[in-house]
Design a protein around this ligand. Structure first.
Ligand code: S3P
Length: 189
């Protein structure tokens, strides 16, 4: 059974950029779940939200996670920030064959970094990014905690490191390998 690594966390935490570097370090494939969703749905995330609402988006997001985790090739997956909202997704993320890493940071820090991109319709409403991220952090922190094998606060890396993403990928690679060594799949089954 392939061992996958899934990065979870709010918009702006760096899942995609750190995930890409982590995959290179671990010599595993890399998939950005938002990009995979757009390919599978053959629509942009903005279109899916506009046409099917957030509910429709979440249903496709769950199908995409299921499909990605079924791949036989060990993969690092950068998930969308709301993947933990579904109980079924959380069950999948807690499987022994999946190492789930929560990239955490304060809402203020995330708001200072997050970019309002087309795939982020949740940032396009009346609230400021700071308000959205405060609200989502409150709602989702317990859910990220529930699924996380590893929790990494990204803020110190951005504060102290000249190349924060490189340093983060290196640290997370170490943590993932130690976690996998401590939890061999044969024992977990
Ligand atoms: C979402 C985060 C986005 C994207 C969608 C919903 C969320 O992904 O999946 O806009 O609910 O937090 P990123 O976290 O990669 O920006």
């Amino acid at each position: 059974m392939a061992r996958h690594v899934v990065l979870v966390g709010l918009m702006g935490s760096g899942k995609t950029t750190v995930g890409r570097r982590l995959a290179a370090r671990l010599e595993r494939a890399f998939v950005d779940a938002d990009e995979a969703l757009e390919e599978i749905a053959d629509r942009t995330i903005a279109q899916v939200f506009a046409e099917d609402g957030e509910r429709g988006f979440r249903a496709i997001e769950a199908d995409v996670l299921e499909e990605l985790l079924e791949h036989h090739e060990p993969t690092v997956i950068a998930s969308g920030g709301g993947v933990v909202l579904s109980g079924e997704n959380r069950r999948r993320l807690r499987q022994p064959s999946v190492t789930t890493v929560w990239l955490d940071a304060s809402p203020a820090f995330l708001a200072s970094r997050v970019q309002a991109k087309p795939h982020r319709p949740l940032l396009a409403g009346e609230e400021t990014p700071r308000q959205v991220l405060e609200r989502l952090h409150g709602e989702r922190a317990p859910l990220y905690r529930e699924v996380a094998d590893l929790v990494v606060n990204v803020e110190p890396f951005h504060r102290d490191e000249e190349k924060p993403k490189k340093a983060l990928a290196a640290r997370i690679a170490e943590l993932v390998l130690a976690h996998e060594a401590a939890h061999p799949l044969e024992e977990a089954r």
